[in-house]
Design a protein around this ligand. Sequence first.
Ligand code: FAD
Length: 465
Amino acid sequence: MTSERPDFGPRPHRDSVAAALAELDGLVIETEPAKVKKRSRDFHWFSPVLKARLDEVTADAVVAPADEAEVRRVLAACFNHDVPVTVRGGGTGNYGQAMPLRGGIVLDTGYLNALVDVRQGWVRAQAGCMMGVLDARLRERGQSLRFHPSTVDTATIGGFVAGGSGGVGSITWGSLRDTGAVRALRVVTVEETPRTLELRGSHARLAMHGFGTAGVITEVELPTAPLTRWLERVVGFRQFARAVAFADALAHEDAILKRLVSVVAAPAAARYLFPHGIDESTHAVLVMVAETADEALDELVAAHGGSAVAAAGSPLYEYAWNHTTLHALKHDRAWTYLQVGYPQPGTVERVVRMAEAFGPDEVIPHIEFLRMRGVTAASGLPLVRFTSEARLAEIIAAHETAGCPVFNPHVFTLEEMGRKHVDKRLVAFKQEVDPKNLLNPGKMLSFERPELVQDQPTAFGFRSQ
Ligand code: FAD
């Protein structure tokens, strides 16, 4: 890694943008540079590396279509004048996903926010629907989203499917990678006359976690879960290994319905999350289980020598997943984070070994338990004190040498991050839906550099089939 600003590729000529916008008379358009730049950001700044590289990135205009017909008009205009178009939902993505490297138009999905259909067991909504709003509508009908990111109140369902992976609820329901996690996507192509495709079942994977490079998603259909009343607890431990062992045991208890099992090591738990509830030597396990599992939880806590902690803060999930990093950053901008897998067998041992490999001044463990294709797994979002890119690379290498793969959140292309499997089938789909490579160009390298096309899917990655 170097701190040089990369060459992102050519921006459209000013006249091309003007010509495209001229075809969009009647649509909501923003061209004031400061406002456009604001809508060209996401949470890339969680990474000091990306902050240095992407901070100047901005679009030429933001267009907010009111319905799918207007989406088609935007995409046809961009096609006609070779103008890049980057879709934006809530703009909460972490890796510069929604940042228009080559300028052009940001397509804001904010007005595409209708609930399309709700049935027993599934829901269909427009892509710009906020996940919190969607969940509230489901609650009225005795249902809920199966899982959602900790940004549920500020992120859209389309942005989650196109850029996210899992989160709150993944301990029971798995993540977006899993077969059946998404029932269908409705996608619009970027062509002279844009088409609308219904991608059902595994076909939906073609447009998932692709950072909006393979079609503009206008509707998302998801299975739902029955509504459950959740109990929130923070459990404190003196030893990190005991905190992880408790979390692992709870994560494996099939009869306890769970929504969140997260471990945040000392001193971060007290210093950044619950300053009034615990002291700096406490390792915290953040737990959400069904209210009816209260006694079972108490028994498990007692058996592992934990103690309930009076930690203010609800909803508790706003202290977990990447919200843990956000709270740390609010106190100290020197922190950043990694995304780590801890494969089976020996997950707990690997987690503890990696914690011991670094001091808490440099790496503070943060583990999220989830279900992954039938097994209970642990993924890490450790806090990492950033000193230099070289040291960050060493920390990443140490994890990988120990058999813990890192999904690097300090890069912005699909291929470098390694979470999306960009194979021949996906590149062929991209050719079909976006032949001019106008959708978020610069994020899917393989389309421009066929030598990068992958043959083997990665163990933790999103497959295309
Ligand atoms: P955006 O940031 O707007 O977009 C994300 C990507 O999807 C971009 O590449 C964009 O171009 C593309 N896109 C958006 N809408 C569409 C569309 N309609 N069609 C095609 N492409 C589209 N992520 C998780 O998975 N789990 C977590 O628990 C989690 N926690 C987080 C906590 C914090 C504090 C932060 C800052 C981020 C977290 N994230 C998490 C990342 C992010 O919040 C989620 O992935 C979120 O779902 C993204 O939704 P969004 O609407 O903000 O998407």
